[in-house]
Design a binder for this molecule. Structure first.
Ligand SMILES: [Zn+2]
Length: 170
């Protein structure tokens, strides 16, 4: 999970939502990824999907039956689907995602016995570290938005004053 957190930090450094994932096979990391939605202009570039793609490439198989996936935040519907489709038997995740989590929060996709594959789920691994990264990321993003708004307003005022000035002169 430390490695997944490292991936989350790689996302944060480039301004992406800080979520990271790694896939382990025989005690070796065979796939890793972090969220790249903005840079890739691609809604499917979540950490888990990236890690699954890499692991399938490394193991030359779409079946990840002897792997464990570690991810810092509870997987969403898309990623839960990818986990099921790649037959990953065991998932460890950090903090819950009350708005998009599809493992425990909103849905329980990985443990739904109506599906042909169910997953052993462990939650709460380094949850505090994973959650804190999300909180500080979104706090900083809000701050940036506020600052940008202020700058736009100041520019508008300056522009208005300029027009006023030139009118007074003529
Ligand atoms: Zn996802």
């Amino acid at each position: 999970m430390e490695e997944a957190l490292f991936e989350a930090d790689q996302a944060a450094i480039i301004g992406e939502v800080p979520i990271g994932a790694v896939i382990v096979h025989d005690d070796h990391i065979v796939g890793r990824g972090h969220n790249l939605r903005e840079h890739g202009n691609d809604a499917t570039m979540h950490a888990e999907v990236r890690a699954i793609e890499e692991a399938c490439g490394t193991l030359k198989s779409w079946r990840l039956e002897e792997c464990q996936l570690y991810v810092t935040i509870e997987p969403c519907l898309m990623c839960s689907g990818a986990i099921i489709n790649s037959r990953i038997p065991e998932v460890f995740y950090g903090a819950r995602d009350p708005k998009a989590g599809a493992v425990d929060s909103l849905y329980e996709t990985l443990t739904d016995t109506r599906l042909n594959h169910t997953v052993k789920v462990h939650e709460g691994l380094l949850a505090k570290d994973a959650g804190e990264r999300m909180v500080s990321f979104f706090q900083a993003a809000r701050k940036r938005q506020k600052a940008a708004k202020k700058a736009r307003q100041a520019a508008k005022r300056a522009e208005a004053n300029k027009t006023l000035d030139s009118k007074n002169k003529s």
